[in-house]
Design a protein around this ligand. Sequence first.
Ligand SMILES: [Zn+2]
Length: 408
Amino acid sequence: MKKEISIDAPIFIPKLSQTESAFLNNVKVSTVIMDAHIVAWRPKIANKIKKSVDNFIIDPVTNYFVGKSYKEKASFQKLNTAPSKPYKIDDLLTNEYLRKEEMVWLNIKNQIDEGSSVIIIPYIYTDSIDDTRFGINLSMISDAIKLIKEKNIKIPLYAMINMGSETLKDYSKLDYIVNRYYEDFKKNISGFFLMFDQLDCRKANEDSLMGLAYLTFNLSNNKKVFNLKIDDFGEVLSVISAGGYSSGLAQGESFSAKSLSEKSFAIGRRHKEITYVPELFNYLNDEELRKMKYSCNCSICKNGLPDGYNPTKAHFLEKKLERMKILNTITQGKRTNFLILKIVEAIKSSKEYNDKYLLSIKYDFLYKWKNVLEKSKNWTYSDKIKDEVDLDHLIEEAKDRISKEQNE
Ligand SMILES: [Zn+2]
């Protein structure tokens, strides 16, 4: 029997690549997320990971199936849900059989067959709420709900919101998303995964960060919300929503929509040189760490510094898990103040290190993160957002528009 992911306890969900399963021998990880094409490509490793965790989550990576980059990646060749040609947006909109029975059902079935603890409803990336793709995503949620009822499947359903970051600056758009995703489907959906394009929370402006926190909070009333491919700001969001967040161990702290359509090389942190310093919510290079005589007490560093690429990743994982463990010893109502305190300490330490050792550790982003936490204290779930939308009408409108465009 699949266990539901505990709602009271914010968690860090490592997104593991095929070489990182060995880390699970050292630390207890409750929940792991893997991409469907990696599971298909490296089934033995996926199986090993699945056996060592409580919750194994598979991202169906259906956002790739409307672009062309997946055709060039070796890891997608074993994934039987990947279409032989990318799906056309218009076809997904107008051809219900293709959308429901192929795109939606095949990708749900694959998650069930591979033993995923939850079902992530197939999704595609959309820049904005005005895009046809936004409506297709909503249709796929309806399709998924019908399918699991028809087939009497009892695994919890989650919706993925994979969007452009511009949306985060506009509260009326965020309210619209909450209406469409939360209000319309709350009876049948257990929660949400969020993934926004090109969001670096150490560089993002405060409006975007506030918007993401606002969205996360408003989707989290009795639902679990997990932010994916996100840096330490995920911890801030976890405190606000009691859900959790996820990233890779050496890269994958932001999502790039570009990678769906273009062959791209992953840009990770240069882990040989850059070490995660949880006390500062930041990364520092070896020279900085040596100057300030930094040492880490984790089981990898043993009161020293991580030595090499894999130890740096293992250190990152252990420290991320440790921070969430500490949060879990604190009751929900007190977590916000606790994290604010940690952020204030990090600002103070960063300044002190900079003065004492002539470093230039950045900490301006921490003021923004703190402001988000302060503001979130006043938020309550409201039922102000209630306008209804007729999905069929929206689809008809879009169909009309396409046929007009085709006739021009
Ligand atoms: Zn360490």
